[in-house]
Design a protein around this ligand. Structure first.
Ligand SMILES: [Zn+2]
Ligand SMILES: [Zn+2]
Length: 123
């Protein structure tokens, strides 16, 4: 037998599969307030803009949600909440760096008791 069998494919240029954490569509991040590692939204939302546990956010968007155009980058604290006409709940975030306020729809897995607490507190 003169044939040589090779194990592994390092020489034919076949691309290796990238590990899940390095894919750009994974939106995992560590909350800067409560230090919990937060994964992508399971359902009912496009991108997560705040921590589902403590509801803190970061000032990364400038004018449009998701544009990531702001240079502020400070933490945004949940300052209140309100209910929209269609029964949607939204959280008011106030930036601890520049004081701007943003209204964000809550995500499906946000801590709802915390949202209700904000609703009660902002009346
Ligand atoms: Zn958090
Ligand atoms: Zn800011």
């Amino acid at each position: 037998m003169s044939r040589t069998y090779r194990y592994g494919r390092s020489e034919d240029g076949e691309s290796r599969e990238r590990p899940a954490w390095s894919r750009p569509d994974q939106q995992t991040f560590r909350c800067r307030h409560c230090k919990v590692v937060v994964g992508p939204i399971p359902y009912g939302g496009k991108h997560r803009n705040h921590c589902p546990y403590c509801l803190y956010s970061r000032h990364v968007d400038d004018r449009t949600p998701g544009d990531r155009a702001s240079h502020c980058g400070a933490l945004m604290a949940p300052a209140g909440a309100f209910t929209r006409a269609r029964g949607e709940h939204a959280v008011v975030h106030r930036c601890l760096g520049c004081g701007v306020e943003r209204h964000n729809r809550i995500a499906a897995d946000d801590d709802f008791a915390r949202v209700l607490g904000l609703l009660a507190g902002s009346r």
